[in-house]
Design a protein around this ligand. Structure first.
Ligand code: GLU
Length: 502
């Protein structure tokens, strides 16, 4: 294959949904697999839907997930500008050229006139049939139309869809997809304000940026019929990109497309990063803020609609690049299984080194005002990493490694504490004060020996010792915890506990 050029072309209309990241990912994997280029193009021609901050959000999301474009807004490149609002002049020229070539026409119907028509006729569309009775260069004649255009009469340019033909799209995921041209409307290409619509800008840019493969969401499949007509109209059919339309990401319950509202509904993130909207309803928590590692999110998303066969589930980015192929993208929708995302995150946390995890956890500690040495933090991570799902668990569930115990399991204390255990607890503090080496295994051996010698059952002491140290019955092994807390803190906690139960 010649080196492919693919693009991710989001519109900055708000926070980028997780489906957008999956689209970017598949484009990225395809480009890297074949030594090609991955572009970021910002499609911001619809000024009415433009949301400030959305472009930065897109760029930050790509950086966080490691999907770094080779070219694009914020990333350089020779085929720019890559922001459509910076390319305005290009589109108008091409739209007029398409009129000259007979594949588009000027239309002068005012928005009010078209609205009146819509009121009269249910399902009114501007198409090969209705255009014959409307106010355009096909009915008024080209000379008259040009005169109007030159005299400043407002106009739009529409695609002239010829009826009675089949439009075939050879989709690399779906196979041959056929559309009947008679069912298509004459899409507006250039708006009255001189701005292009998505269809026109998208096709011109894909052509000028030498895009070889378009990999995008299924919702764009119907538009592709119009896009094919545009390629034909411009005489660019020979270099038309290959199309691949990705399956939908479905709601966690399996029916219907995952929407941004589902985040709040199911209490799960559906965006890569948090987004501060104007209102709480429009603000969303991201996977990053929920404590996911980007590597885990990428692995999870890669398998939402693609699998190379076999049983492997854990894929590093390099392995994904290696294994990726469009043929293994599924046609059917993929259910957004949040539990699976958490499973991946656990696996990635467990596989990551303590020092790498420390770098990611330090900001969380700082936010809570905890200060600890790197060495201590790494030891805590070592104890906790088998027990957490998301990064904040280290500081939330494991808070007792960073401050005194705040909550005690009163029920177990009630059930298990007996006054005559006090002397054994005191003896343990004496052992802890001097015992060498202060390490988990020898400490455990020593304490267990003393239990045997004094006829005390481990089941009577160890749960309470654990509660004295961390407040709960859950958590890392008791003697591991002791060795990390250190002798002074261990004893301080035992004394605090003894005071509490007296
Ligand atoms: N701007 C479109 C979007 O927001 C791009 C669709 C395409 O990739 O052609 O998704």
């Amino acid at each position: 294959m010649t080196k492919p050029r693919v693009r991710f072309a989001p519109s900055p209309t708000g926070a980028l949904h997780i489906g957008g990241i999956r689209t970017a990912l598949y484009n990225y994997l395809f480009a890297k697999k074949h030594g090609g280029s991955f572009l970021l193009r910002i499609e911001d021609t619809d000024q009415g839907r433009y949301v400030p901050g959305a472009e930065d959000y897109i760029i930050e999301s790509l950086k966080w997930t490691g999907l770094i474009p080779d070219e694009g807004v914020g990333f350089g490149g020779n085929e720019g500008p890559y922001r459509q609002s910076d390319r305005k002049a290009i589109y108008s020229k091409y739209a007029h050229e398409l009129v000259e070539r007979g594949h588009a026409y000027f239309s002068f119907d005012t928005p009010d006139e078209l609205e009146a028509r819509r009121q009269q006729e249910e399902n009114f569309t501007y198409n090969h049939h209705t255009r014959q009775g409307l106010n355009n260069s096909l009915t008024a004649g080209m000379d008259e139309a040009k005169f109007r255009v030159d005299s400043g009469v407002p106009y739009v340019i529409r695609l002239k869809v010829e009826p009675n033909r089949e439009i075939h799209i050879r989709d690399l995921v779906r196979g041959d997809v056929v559309f009947q041209s008679s069912e298509l409307d004459d899409k507006v290409l250039l708006k009255a304000d001189g701005m292009p619509t998505y269809h026109l800008a998208n096709i011109i840019d894909d052509h000028l940026m030498h895009i070889t493969h378009v990999i995008r969401g299924e919702e764009w499949l119907p538009s592709t019929a119009h896009h094919v007509l545009l390629y034909e109209g411009f005489g660019w059919k020979d270099t038309m990109p290959h199309f691949s339309h990705l399956p939908l990401i479905l709601k966690p319950v399996g029916n219907g497309k995952l929407s941004k509202r589902d985040g709040a509904k199911f209490g799960i993130p559906v965006f890569p990063l948090s987004w501060d909207g104007a209102t709480p309803e429009e603000s969303f928590e991201g996977f990053r803020e929920a404590g996911f590692l980007p590597e885990a999110l990428i692995n999870f998303l890669a398998l939402l609609g693609w699998h190379p066969g076999g049983n492997q589930e854990m894929f590093s980015m390099t392995e994904l690049i290696d294994a990726f192929s469009i043929e293994h993208i599924s046609k059917g929708g993929a259910r957004f299984d949040y539990d699976k995302a958490k499973w991946f995150n656990q696996k990635y946390i467990q596989a990551m080194s303590n020092s790498d995890l420390a770098l990611r956890i330090k900001p969380l500690l700082n936010k809570k005002g905890y200060t600890v040495s790197d060495d201590y933090l790494e030891q805590v991570i070592g104890l906790m990493k088998e027990r957490v799902t998301v990064l904040p668990d280290f500081v939330d569930t494991g808070y007792y490694f960073f401050e005194s115990v705040k909550f005690y399991d009163e029920e177990t204390i009630q059930k298990k504490w007996q006054a005559d255990l006090r002397s054994f607890f005191t003896e343990m503090t004496e052992i802890f004060a001097t015992f060498e080496p202060f390490e988990s295994a020898p400490l455990e051996e020593k304490i267990k020996n003393r239990m045997q010698e004094t006829g005390i059952k481990p089941g009577d002491v160890l749960p309470l010792l654990r509660i004295a140290l961390v407040g709960t019955m859950k958590g890392p092994a008791v003697f591991d915890t002791i060795s990390v807390l250190g002798r002074d803190e261990t004893n301080r906690r035992i004394h605090q506990f003894l005071e509490k139960v007296s």
